[in-house]
Design a protein around this ligand. Structure first.
Ligand code: NCD
Length: 329
């Protein structure tokens, strides 16, 4: 895909045209999916793609692993816990090492917000942000967008309440950058300390009233409390959270709202969501998981097949002159 960034860190790295192209490619992959591995890559060799998850993950890492293998790429699970990162090596050194081993792209999850920005100027290899601290989770937001369009059609003029720990949620930070581009209005809802201080806009409003937020919404997005990112002060809400901000079939029934409920997972049943809601047809979390593979196939394809980007590192390297075929990087 033309001009696709070599480092996909934020939603703002992508143009609206690129986002729409990703949606269309995701849809193609979803239609074409067979259990057979199909090689997508028309270049001169099979791409080698690694995941390096420095924070826990079930959904994101596995869906990338499946996406890579469905595309016919070679998948390397780079285990950070047993790597030289534990011996004090910097992330940059590690990535340069992976590059020289022939890895074309690395999907990185880190607990450090903005850690990947340092690689944008001169990327050691292609990088996809698999979630960085509380900063961004662009691939999750993109697969959410794809799922919502599939469920609701045109999002223009529709409203979604994001209920939960918005301030610590990298998913929210990406959704806030992405969904208003499709005309969606967002209501960020949660107790004090869970909603960003940043100013509201035409597209984004804040409230601490769950029922009011749901009443105004065409769909809702629930978030777990990101306990691992709290400094202690926000913990006072845990005990009363379900009653005030949790959502169940009863909550929706009383408000006469039969709306789709999204969740990036992992869900904490009995806290932000009830058992009956998560097992009801209104819950779209499993659809998000299903679509995640196709969106990640599209993102990997886009980042690898961009012939416009050539790494400075490759061009400056000793072997630059003898490379003739299309470059993976
Ligand atoms: C999210 C994450 O890691 O940011 N999960 C995910 O990637 N599916 C949300 C979360 O951890 O709460």
């Amino acid at each position: 895909m033309k001009g696709f960034p070599a480092v996909l860190e934020n939603i703002s790295d992508l143009s609206l045209i690129q986002i729409k192209a990703l949606l269309s490619l995701t849809s193609d992959y979803k239609k074409k999916d067979k259990d057979l591995v199909e090689s997508f890559y028309t270049g001169f060799r099979t791409p080698v793609i690694a995941t390096s998850f420095l924070e826990n993950s079930t959904r994101t890492k596995h869906s990338f692993a499946i996406a890579i293998q469905k595309l016919g790429g070679m998948y390397i699970d780079f285990n950070a816990d047993t790597s030289s990162l534990k011996k004090g090596e910097t992330l940059e050194e590690t990535l340069l090492t992976l590059h020289h081993q022939g890895v074309d792209c690395c999907i990185i999850r880190t607990s450090v917000s903005n850690e990947l920005a340092q690689f944008k100027e001169n990327p050691p290899l292609k990088i996809i942000n698999g979630g960085d601290g509380s900063n961004q989770h662009p691939t999750q937001a993109l697969l959410d967008l794809f799922t919502m369009i599939g469920d609701l059609g045109d999002l223009n003029g529709k409203t979604m309440a994001i209920i939960g720990d918005c301030v610590h949620s990298r998913v929210t930070h990406s959704l806030v950058e992405l969904l208003p581009q499709f005309g969606m209005k967002l209501i960020l809802c949660g107790p004090e300390g869970y909603i960003p201080n940043s100013s509201e806009s035409d597209s984004i409003t804040h409230t601490d009233n769950r029922d009011e937020a749901i009443k105004q919404s065409d769909c809702i997005y629930l978030l777990r409390i990101q306990k691992e990112r709290h400094q202690g002060t926000e913990d006072k809400h845990f005990a009363t959270y379900h009653e005030k901000f949790g959502v169940s079939l009863d909550t929706l029934g009383k408000l006469d709202k039969e709306v789709f409920v999204y969740h990036p997972g992992p869900a904490n049943i009995g806290v932000e969501i009830s058992e009956d809601l998560i097992h009801s047809p209104l819950y779209r979390g499993y659809k998000q998981v299903e679509n995640s593979t196709y969106m990640r196939m599209a993102i990997i394809t886009a980042i690898l097949t961009n012939r416009n980007i050539s790494s400075q590192l490759e061009l400056n390297g000793d072997d630059a002159k003898i490379k003739t075929g299309p470059k993976a990087l």
